[in-house]
Design a protein around this ligand. Sequence first.
Ligand SMILES: [Fe+2]
Ligand SMILES: [Fe+2]
Length: 179
Amino acid sequence: MQARGPLMIEHRLIERMLSVVKDVLAKIESIRKVDPVFVDIVVDFIRVYADRTHHGKEEDILFRELNNKPLSTEDRQIMKALIEEHVFGRQTTKALVEANTRYRNGDETTLTDITANLKTLTEFYPRHIEKEDKVFFPSSRTYFTDEEDQAILAEFWEFDRNMIHEKYKSLVKGFEGRQ
Ligand SMILES: [Fe+2]
Ligand SMILES: [Fe+2]
């Protein structure tokens, strides 16, 4: 498998989650109500899977290695845009969490903020994913030898291996901080 393999497999799961969100969005808009726990689960998926596990491999490993390569101006610009889009995803998720907290505390007017942020995520992520799958990953592969690509893949697996531990360590730390 090439290094981009796991990233593309993760893209498919992110797309499936986004299509679940789209279906739920339609229901939310018709009944004018949202289950805050559903929003919590979407946020957990985006933060832990899409952002930390997936963007983590892109930014901390793939983009780091690409930074040592003589990238074309175009590829460098795309990489910069992708990083900015990751930041945008984090900001949108943060706004979603804030709206969900207000909703949970009884402010029903924040329903429109919740739906707007969910909609933003379902609209912007597929375009981001397509840019990576069809443009950036194929062109970034040309900067690496087969050995370098396999070394990136090995580092991806190691990164993934640590994720479950990181997730639950931070959960325990969060509880300890509250005491
Ligand atoms: Fe990305
Ligand atoms: Fe990606």
